[in-house]
Design a protein. Structure first.
Length: 94
């Protein structure tokens, strides 16, 4: 894939096109487009989460903002419940 093709994939994806449409339009294999988009999205997600990690209030649930209980001897949790944890990761993984 050329740099130009990568840029066009990203641009088309941001304009709301599905990977299958992008592949057709750019005459590229669907799997190539799909895995490229997945990789580029993962990078974005990791960066986003890092920003949230750095700036967030560590005493509150990342998802709903409920105050978290701190359990001595245990790693501080990021979410008040599994429900919030799953919801948060679903949102942040697209
Ligand atoms: Zn919560």
């Amino acid at each position: 894939m050329t740099k130009d093709e990568k840029n066009r994939i990203i641009a088309l994806s941001e304009s709301g096109k599905k990977p299958v449409d992008i592949a057709t339009e750019l005459n590229l294999p669907y799997n190539t487009v799909k895995s490229f988009l997945r990789r580029s999205r993962e990078v974005e997600v990791i960066e986003e989460v890092k920003v949230v990690e750095d700036s967030r209030d560590k005493t509150k649930c990342l998802c709903c903002g409920e105050p978290l209980k701190f359990v001595v001897g245990k790693k501080q949790k990021k979410f008040c419940s599994d429900k919030c944890r799953l919801k948060y990761w679903r949102v942040h993984n697209g």
